[in-house]
Design a protein around this ligand. Structure first.
Ligand SMILES: [Zn+2]
Length: 180
């Protein structure tokens, strides 16, 4: 029996080595990866996972979202106060990104701000959102989803204890998952 079929020619060896190198570098990290803390629908923290950023064209987002959700989450708009589905919601659960499903906020940090927008004094995990320094209101600080860059709302420094922060978020950028 011959083993000749298992011997690589030099050219085949070079190609195989290059493929192995490519696989290794892809497994290590790509520029589009983000570290997100994952949560079950019961709100249980499941640890941090490195996941690819969610990037879609406007046409793809328009297909997935309602016109208002597209306008707010992808174009940085704002829903009218007291008009959204969640400003007056008091049920227990978590709020996921309407675009990419990343867990963003928990009902345990929700409070009545009187503004007509759902308001939270902290995100469910700092890793899952991006924001600048909290502002006093004259220079709003944008809050976005770390994984897909969806516009969520703005961060202010007039929230309740223990953080003193107010994440003022558009309902339409969120999807509520009720705790059952
Ligand atoms: Zn998202």
């Amino acid at each position: 029996m011959s083993t000749i079929g298992f011997v690589l020619t030099r050219r085949e060896f070079v190609v195989a080595a290059m493929a192995a190198t490519l696989c290794r570098s892809r497994a290590a990290s790509t520029p589009g990866d983000v570290d997100i803390v994952q949560f079950s629908d019961r709100g249980e923290r499941q640890g941090t996972a490195r996941v690819p950023k969610v990037v879609k064209s406007d046409a793809e987002w328009r297909k997935q979202l309602t016109p208002l959700a597209f306008q707010v989450a992808r174009e940085g708009g704002t829903e009218r106060p007291f008009s959204g589905a969640y400003w007056n919601l008091h049920e227990a659960g978590l709020f996921r990104c309407v675009c990419c499903d990343t867990a963003l906020f928990s009902s345990t940090a929700k409070f009545d701000s009187g503004t007509g927008w759902p308001s939270f004094w902290q995100p469910i995990a700092e890793e899952n959102v991006k924001h600048g320094a909290a502002s006093s209101g004259f220079t709003p600080s944008e809050v976005t989803c770390r994984r897909c860059d969806a516009h969520l709302g703005d961060l202010f420094n007039d929230g309740p204890k223990p953080t003193g922060l107010r994440y003022c978020i558009d309902s339409v950028s969120l999807r509520f998952v009720k705790l059952v």
